[in-house]
Design a protein around this ligand. Structure first.
Ligand SMILES: NC(=O)c1ccc[n+]([C@@H]2O[C@H](COP(=O)([O-])OP(=O)(O)OC[C@H]3O[C@@H](n4cnc5c(N)ncnc54)[C@H](O)[C@@H]3O)[C@@H](O)[C@H]2O)c1
Length: 293
């Protein structure tokens, strides 16, 4: 979808971090933007700041883990702007489980699947039928992560598994849209090449009470500084990507109809190769990354 100006974008998880940067960039391109987020104060603040710059932005309080909430988001979008052309299923959380996977609480898994996987499925089911039926050019961008979709981060299985699911469901979506002869495209986004200093590392702030932890953590939630220290201990120098760079990559990817929105990176390429080689050679997975996260 080359032409963005005059079209409508919906970004989930749009109150902060990568989602906010995408929304800001789309609005700067002349799009009308709906930012959807579960965090009302942050959403209000973002919408106010962007509107103060005369950007066309609307905020809709949304919980992507609820299909009803996402269908309300669609209805509000259609009422406000009359259509939708670009859907970014971006809201995501880190479940904050610790220790061996076999001791993780089911609520850690349920929360991660609810937001990271069902959030994307809800977006697709609520919006894509309308996008396809409209006959207009459109695009869906689903946010995965290198930590799941490229090289599973062994210390965070809820995150790794749910982000891997986003890759596969987007591959299937892409193929089915092509089969249907639709002018709606699909991409999977791997924000990076480096990690981003966003609210992801305090995801627990949005954890719903009905999926609360059943027993307290034995250690505090790791901060970004703790993760940096773990990386340094593993011989990796922490580097950061700015969310605005990811927004640039998304705009270029949507315009070029690129399925894989993934910044060039020798490290990422080596991870992809190591995993593919292990499968091709039926050798055991020695490539799993050692930084727990
Ligand atoms: N930060 C990184 O290094 C990084 C790397 C790779 C992928 N990602 C992915 O990028 C996406 C954006 O994350 P971010 O890094 O900007 O973090 P962030 O926490 O700053 O942004 C995520 C947004 O999602 C919102 N959210 C959480 N639960 C929600 C729910 N149930 N319904 C609606 N909104 C909800 C949060 O309020 C927040 O505004 C996520 O999918 C994340 O997994 C981040």
């Amino acid at each position: 979808m080359e032409e963005l100006a005059g079209r409508v974008a919906v970004v989930t998880g749009g109150a902060g971090g990568i989602g906010r940067a995408m929304g800001e960039r789309f609005a700067t391109e002349g799009m009308s933007v709906v930012l959807a987020d579960v965090e009302q104060p942050a959403l209000d603040e973002t919408v106010d700041e962007l509107r103060a710059r005369t950007l066309e932005v609307t905020g809709v309080l949304t919980d992507v883990s609820s299909y009803e909430s996402v269908t309300e988001l669609r209805d509000r979008t259609l009422e406000t702007y009359g259509g939708v052309h670009l859907l970014c299923n971006n809201a995501g959380i880190g479940a904050g489980a610790e220790g061996p996977q076999w001791e993780h609480e089911l609520n850690d898994w349920r929360w991660a699947f609810g937001v990271n996987v069902f959030g994307v499925i809800h977006g697709i089911n609520a919006f894509v039928p309308h996008m396809v039926a409209s006959g207009q050019e459109g695009h869906v961008v689903n946010t995965s992560s290198g930590n799941g979709g490229v090289s599973p981060l062994r210390g965070t299985p809820e995150y790794a598994v749910t982000k891997a699911a986003v890759v596969t469901l987007t591959e299937c979506l892409y193929a089915q849209l092509q089969d249907a002869g639709s002018v709606v495209g699909a991409s999977v986004l791997f924000p990076g090449p480096h990690m981003l200093r966003t609210g992801l590392f305090t995801s627990w702030r949005n954890r719903p009470a009905d999926l609360a932890k059943e027993r307290p953590r034995s250690t505090p939630y790791p901060t970004i500084e703790d993760i940096e220290a773990q990386m340094e201990a593993a011989g990796i120098t922490p580097e950061y990507t700015d969310p605005s760079e990811v927004a640039d990559q998304v705009v270029a990817g949507v315009r070029n109809a690129a399925f894989w929105i993934m910044a060039p990176s020798a490290t990422t390429d080596a991870q992809i190769r190591a995993r593919a080689d292990s499968m091709l050679h039926r050798s055991n997975p020695s490539y799993l990354r050692g930084v727990p996260g």
